[in-house]
Design a protein around this ligand. Structure first.
Ligand code: SAH
Length: 209
């Protein structure tokens, strides 16, 4: 359903610099309201982050769009996401690439996300209940990796997880701030660039029911 609120959100994203039409059309296609608790559902198409269960949040649409656009995705890519949360970001990615692998440390959140993937008939998302900081060795290499919880630094194993020309996008904690950061692998070197200030929930180790 393409209602007025959806069109307004897409326009707002365009004006904020989201120019990749594949990303915008994925945002139009995935119904954000199904990922949001009932009492906040009327705000599903506002450009704001919203609370979900277990004191976690679903990111602001602009940040989801910016992170997705910054991954420079190709149709044949294999993407790893650390922090499934509601599964909204995974669903957007699933329309744009071959396969999405997503890890969530809180079991109850993952179960709900899986129900949403089924509801939307998204069959190219593979999930795992685990501490994402351990990576997903059985599935390397990945073309792209996205962290959706803030971390102090990216462990070396993730640079070994990505292919040549691979990209990692992550909110990196820097003192009191968090900076959305892009890491690009080129000729076995890592180029690092800062995108914008963000506010994500922290990346925590260990898994939980
Ligand atoms: N991408 C999500 C929002 C993420 S909120 C969405 O679109 O809804 C961040 C999520 O990361 C939370 O669900 C949190 O439980 C999870 N998380 C935090 N640290 C993690 C870790 N080490 N491994 C896996 N998941 C983690």
């Amino acid at each position: 359903m393409l209602d007025v609120r959806k069109i307004r959100l897409t326009l707002e994203l365009r004006e904020s610099g989201i120019s990749d039409s594949n990303v915008l059309s994925a945002i139009e296609k995935i119904p954000r309201e199904i990922f949001i608790p009932k009492n906040f559902r009327n705000q599903a198409y506002e450009n704001i982050a919203l609370p979900i269960e277990n004191e976690q949040t679903i990111s602001q649409p602009y940040i989801v769009a910016l992170m997705t656009q910054s991954l420079n995705l190709l149709k044949n890519h294999k993407v790893l996401e650390i922090g499934t949360g509601t599964g909204y970001q995974s669903s957007i990615l699933s329309l744009l690439v071959r396969r999405v692998y997503t890890i969530e440390r809180i079991k109850s959140l993952l179960v709900k996300a899986e129900l949403n993937f089924q509801k939307l008939k998204l069959t190219n998302i593979v999930t795992k209940h685990d501490d994402g900081n351990l990576g997903w060795k059985e599935q390397i290499p990945f073309d792209r990796i996205i962290f959706t919880a803030a971390t102090k630094n990216i462990s070396k194993i993730f640079f070994e997880h990505i292919s040549e020309e691979g990209i990692i996008i992550a909110p990196i904690i820097d003192g009191q701030n968090q900076i959305l950061t892009k890491f690009e692998k080129k000729n076995n070197k890592i180029l690092k660039s800062s995108l914008t200030d963000v506010l994500f929930v922290p990346n925590l180790s260990g898994k939980k029911d």
